[in-house]
Design a protein around this ligand. Structure first.
Ligand SMILES: [Zn+2]
Length: 316
């Protein structure tokens, strides 16, 4: 059985996740795509216990948590609230503030909304493992515009962010693929080259501006392309995909977060931005990843290993 699908819009979402029982059934289908199986006795019949966020084995009465290892675990909030929070976080391009979440879910305490968001966000900061490949633009930018109505920040207050974006071919040219962003203490050659090595598959064509620091990518096993106004390229054509990513990043930091992101937490925000950007075409993957229920393969029981018969349908 394939993993359950994802509601295409808010109407479908409301229908699919109308009750805690329905939310539990969805989580069960994510965790056990072939049907629930008790790890203790191998039983396949079970009864939902939404109050415990768990399933009760019909044969041996063992209660198995459905939320272990996810953001929802050990939470007193109903599953429905968690599904809604994950939906809002996964589908709102600008990201959701704790205050907005508190209002949307009708939570009495701001702190509860804040903690929910922190838990959902922690699933977004996991470093992504596969490297960018093909043709990749690389450049740095400075983050940290002066606060409106306050005195200017000094250069020391600005943070250096190095970024990379894959270019995917289209009929008309190229479009951006996935991105990587890293807050670095300085734009020194070792910092930039470490980012390139970690983020981009060797053999890729790394496209940079004319700055000589980036000549070092050739020694690391990359092809090197240069776009530069001094070489006759128009300013608007130089690393245009990455510069658009940087512009969007700054708008997001200034808009949703009012530019009040400290250097200490900047990487966390860069990770959240990267998560959203890289999953902008797949809200289902984002929803399941945020909930911590994506690609979860349940451990096989002794009985399963030795008897591979298909599971009976769930009794609900
Ligand atoms: Zn059992």
């Amino acid at each position: 059985m394939p993993k359950p699908g994802y509601p295409r819009n808010i109407v479908e979402f409301t229908r699919e996740f109308a009750t805690d029982e329905a939310c539990l059934a969805y989580l069960v289908r994510c965790r056990w795509p072939d049907g629930f199986r008790c790890r203790r006795c191998g039983g396949v019949r079970s009864w939902p216990r939404p109050d415990r966020k768990a399933m009760r084995c019909a044969s041996c009465d063992l209660i198995t948590s459905v939320t272990a290892g996810t953001a929802m675990h050990r939470s007193r909030l109903p599953l429905k609230s968690w599904m809604w929070a994950a939906y809002l976080v996964a589908t709102d391009k600008r990201g959701v503030s704790a205050l907005a979440l508190q209002r949307q879910l009708g939570l009495s305490r701001y702190e509860t909304a804040y903690q929910m968001l922190q838990k959902l966000r922690s699933a977004m900061v996991a470093p992504e493992r596969t490297q960018l490949f093909g043709v990749v633009e690389v450049d740095e930018t400075l983050i940290g515009a002066p606060f409106r109505g306050r005195k200017e920040r000094t250069a020391r207050d600005k943070a250096v962010v190095v970024g990379a974006v894959e270019l995917r071919p289209t009929k008309k040219g190229t479009r951006p693929g996935r991105i990587r962003l890293r807050h670095v203490p300085s734009s020194s050659k070792p910092r930039l080259m470490a980012f390139v090595k970690d983020s981009i598959e060797r053999g890729a064509l790394v496209v940079t501006d004319g700055h000589e620091t980036y000549d070092a990518v050739e020694a690391l096993g990359y092809e090197h392309g240069i776009e530069s106004t001094t070489l006759g390229d128009a300013q608007k054509d130089v690393l245009k995909h990455l510069h658009l990513v940087f512009a969007n990043l700054k708008t997001w930091l200034e808009g949703t977060h009012h530019g009040r992101v400290s250097k200490k937490h900047l990487q966390q925000y860069l990770d959240e931005f990267t998560f959203r950007f890289n999953r902008r075409h797949s809200p289902q993957a984002a929803f399941q990843t945020i909930l911590g229920i994506a690609a979860k393969v349940p451990p096989r029981t002794y009985a399963q290993v030795y008897a591979d018969e298909p599971a009976d349908p769930l009794p609900f």
